[in-house]
Design a protein around this ligand. Sequence first.
Ligand code: PLP
Length: 219
Amino acid sequence: MVSDSLRTLYEKLPSGVKLVAVSKFHPVERLMEAYEAGQRVFAESRPQELAVKVPLMPSDVQWHFIGHLQTNKLKLVLPYVKLVQSVDSLHLLEAIDKWGRDNGRIIDVLLELHLGAEETKQGFSEEDIRSVISSEVEKSYVRIRGLMGMATNTEDEEVVERDFGRIEALFRRIRKEHPELAESFTELSIGMSGDWPIAVRHGATMVRIGTDIFGPREY
Ligand SMILES: *Cc1c(COP(=O)(O)O)cnc(C)c1O
């Protein structure tokens, strides 16, 4: 049951780690079970699905976006979300900045680091992330809150350790090199159903968990 799996996770997760319930491909009834059990932070990966679910859920839900976001879909997503975790290109970052300017809102984002996983080409390289963060380009309407990454999809824990180790090192390095970001660049979103305990050991401040809460995706 959703409430039992949530309770188990709440017990196991250290207090500084935020649980983001990944509700993509699950019907609103399942999300409401999680809500009734106390869960308030949910994440979706498809703009259309997010836009359908938002008005069906209570208004104190905090939504995150974690999927690939095309710049022509911003209006389906940005009005509703607290955090875009999956900013994977400069083009998208600039489009979000422009949307924020046009709509008088500052948008919190994470930059997605492309980790090992060959299946997906999504995400920035380490170099690109460091140059985006150091760049003098004025981005007044996006606030870069930290990094997001997905480890290689493998049973081999050493590979997962290596992937999370890389993103953790980059996260710490940026914080060290940019003391001016101490207050804003604070989030490290790593870990999903299969690998979150390893992510927690590598300093995760958020874990994004779907299957362990809701079971296999339903549609
Ligand atoms: C689907 C998804 C998750 C959750 O995956 P589970 O294995 O179901 O926990 C986490 N992060 C991202 C970016 C996802 O797309």
